[in-house]
Design a protein around this ligand. Structure first.
Ligand code: SAM
Length: 252
């Protein structure tokens, strides 16, 4: 079975991220990293529920916190669970919502169109506004601070078309080898997974292979050869789990 076919067997609302909720510990890590405090006006874009807003107000004492989600049910529920004078929940598309008073924004979207549209909107925000993204920076931007998988992008953004510059800023390396791919796959799984996650080694292997293969396709893998460890894991996935990665290496 090709890896794409295996992924198809997982629930689509989870794969798209639509119903994926950040664990509470991730919110706390993110807020500490961005040094959220009482001077901040915090926005959580695509908030799903009240958790991020609640932690920002109760534990980090922000001046105001706004959660935006275009799902009416989710917003109704969030308002019901956390009523607070400093909290505001909006049922709106983030592309249309007024976020001009924000000082810190949490933005975890993988959809390319949304990311490009929002980049234009973020570029118009006042200087020094921090946008936290997860896994990668805003399109064609160099991150300002990295605590992988959390990334701070600060206005005005520093633009780059150069993949190597982005790699260096995010991973601290000029090219991706097996160790880099594994280390960052593991950090990602550990940061966003629940503490009692059972299949984390399995996820880390899949994620490592995907990172390395993508790096290879983008021309930023170290050396020309497939590293021995990558080949071994490709063979293990095929032999023991019937999940095939080999064809991805042959695609142009
Ligand atoms: C954690 S966010 C991020 C999801 C995104 N698909 C991803 O993985 O990058 C998920 C939430 O965003 C909401 N959402 C999706 N598109 C939106 C939009 N254009 N405006 C506001 N909320 C949106 C969904 O209702 C969901 O509750």
């Amino acid at each position: 079975m090709k890896i794409e076919d295996y992924l198809e067997t997982l629930p689509s609302n989870l794969l798209s991220g639509e119903d994926v909720q950040l664990p509470e510990k991730s919110f706390r890590e993110i807020f500490k990293f961005v040094k959220l405090d009482e001077s901040d006006i915090f926005y959580h874009l695509g908030c799903s529920n009240e958790k991020g807003i609640e932690i920002a107000i109760n534990e980090f004492k922000v001046r105001k916190a706004v959660g935006i989600d275009n799902n009416q049910e989710k917003i109704k529920q969030a308002e019901k669970v956390f009523a607070n004078t400093k909290a505001e929940f909006r049922c709106q598309n983030i592309e249309e919502s007024d976020i001009s008073d924000a000082s810190v924004i949490l933005f975890w979207f993988t959809n390319e169109t949304v990311r490009n549209q929002m980049l234009e909107k973020f570029e118009r925000l006042k200087p020094g506004t921090k946008i936290i993204t997860i896994w990668g920076p805003l399109p064609d931007c160099l991150p300002d601070e990295v605590n992988f998988p959390y990334i701070i992008n600060k206005t005005p953004f520093r633009k780059t078309q150069n993949m190597q510059d982005q790699l260096l800023a995010i991973f601290g390396v000029k090219c991706v080898d097996f160790i880099t791919a594994w280390e960052f796959a593991e950090r990602y799984t550990k940061s966003l997974g629940s503490p009692e996650i059972k299949n984390d080694r399995f996820l880390t292997i899949i994620q490592t292979l995907i990172i390395w293969i993508n790096a290879k396709k983008l021309g930023v893998a170290c050396g020309d050869k497939i590293p021995e460890s990558i080949q071994t894991y490709i063979n293990i996935m095929k032999m023991h789990f019937d999940i095939d990665f080999e064809h991805l290496l042959n695609e142009e």
